[in-house]
Design a protein around this ligand. Structure first.
Ligand code: COA
Length: 388
């Protein structure tokens, strides 16, 4: 297998884009990535587009072909496909792009992620997102996605005695970092009190424990590590791309407080990158709901089970802490356009490793980890990136 590098990265602002369509968003991010890579769209040999549900959100399927067309390369006859893995669609597309370069089949690949979610009323969005769970055994019985996450949170609080105040530290940190990111959906700080007093979505999760519904797109350009310096002085190596799945419905699992897929994806990724948790300088963790971030931090080996909140309380998750957490603002504050998120996490790490993250720059960042999850931690994808 060849080593793989990112030579270009770009993204749109995340948020409510009333004036932009799905295609506008993906073209904006794609062109930024292509320009950043010092190539033209004509150099791209294959396109992998992460997207969860454009068919339901905006009535547009066949997203791969749409991206190729509006990127101006329809006449090049290159392969272009949509990759779907619920909220992990973006990282799944990156995994596919990684394999395409590593195998030697293609030399330059564009990986994009996009979602346009805010055109529909909230109840329809909730129903579409519930498609990431088991429609017959969970959703038909009344569970929404936040309700399933709330069950995970309740079980965790029961097992470990974590309080709502302790859980609230995670969105507080995410918003503190998001306030420094001009591309974030929410650029304002919040307090623990504001999290606790916010409208309840599914007890114990208030609206402030949930990621928002966002529009946005992100893209990266990949090539082989040995070709990367032809295009840029600051290539970023993808040292690991690891993907694991488990049972789709919560009731089939041994545990609600431990994610088998995250543990396995993390294990594979650390082995592939020859790294340990202590080698990671910053993380972008999937915090669609506070409980998912908490389990992610623990299951990736950054804290003992039941103790992730201690890292938050001690300030270790701040930009100058031992584990800078979601410097972009994470899904909670940067936003969560589901198909784009996994690629956007990686765009943030690329900016950090190139020392281009502005006010939210993590000093001396050389190795970053991105953790993107589909469903109730059903699919987990971990990428480890490092300076070359
Ligand atoms: N955090 C902070 N503020 C939020 C927010 C969030 N998650 N979601 C909405 N808001 C704000 C809006 O900006 C708006 O503010 P404004 O009045 O100042 O403009 C206000 O709250 C009401 O927004 P609205 O869109 O009406 O909220 P809602 O009640 O319809 O939706 C949630 C709130 C939490 C239910 C919705 O964001 C949601 O479903 N989130 C989870 C998404 C999800 O499951 N993703 C996949 C996970 S893997």
């Amino acid at each position: 297998m060849r080593e793989v590098a990112i030579i270009g990265a770009g993204e749109t602002k995340y948020g409510e884009h009333w004036d932009k369509s799905l295609r506008d968003l993906v073209v904006e991010a794609g062109l930024k990535a292509v320009e950043d890579a010092n190539i033209t769209a004509d150099d791209v040999q294959a396109i992998f587009g992460g997207n969860m549900s454009a068919g339901s959100f905006v009535g547009q399927d066949h997203v791969g072909a749409l991206i190729a067309d509006f990127a101006g390369v329809a006449d090049k006859k290159i392969p272009a496909m949509r990759i779907e893995s619920a909220c992990a669609s973006g990282a799944a597309a990156l995994h596919a792009g990684y394999m395409a370069i590593a195998s030697g089949m293609y030399d330059i690949v564009l990986v994009g992620g996009v979602e346009k979610m805010t055109d529909l009323p909230g109840d329809m969005v909730t129903d579409i997102l519930a498609g990431a769970a088991d429609r017959e055994w969970e959703v038909f019985l009344g569970a929404t996605f936040p309700a399933l996450a709330a069950m995970m949170a309740r079980r965790y609080m029961h097992e470990f005695g974590m309080t709502k105040e302790q859980m609230a530290l995670f969105p507080v940190i995410a918003h503190k970092h998001g306030a420094l990111n001009p591309d974030a959906h929410f650029q304002r700080e919040i307090t623990v009190d504001a999290v606790l007093k916010a409208p309840m979505v599914a007890d114990p999760l208030t609206i402030m424990n949930c990621s928002p519904v966002s529009d946005g797109s992100a893209a990266v350009v990949l090539t082989s590590a040995d070709m990367a310096r032809k295009y840029t002085d600051s290539p970023i190596k993808i040292s690991a791309s690891a993907f694991a799945n488990e049972y789709i419905s919560l009731h089939s699992r041994e545990s609600l407080i431990r994610s088998v897929s995250t543990i396995e994806a993390g294990r594979k990724a650390y082995k592939m990158a020859k790294k340990e948790p202590k080698d990671i300088d910053l993380v972008e963790i999937h915090d669609a709901f506070s409980i998912i971030a908490i389990e992610g931090i623990e299951d990736l080996g950054f804290a003992k089970k039941g103790e992730a909140w201690k890292l938050a309380e001690e300030g270790q998750l701040n930009l100058d802490g031992s584990l800078p957490y979601n410097p972009s603002g994470g899904l909670k504050a940067k936003g969560h356009p589901v198909g784009a998120t996994g690629v956007g996490q990686v765009v943030e790490i690329v900016k950090q490793l190139r020392n281009e993250a502005g006010k939210r720059q993590v000093d001396g960042a050389e190795v970053g980890l991105a953790h993107n999850v589909g469903g109730t931690m059903t699919s987990s994808i971990v990428h480890i990136l490092e300076v070359m």
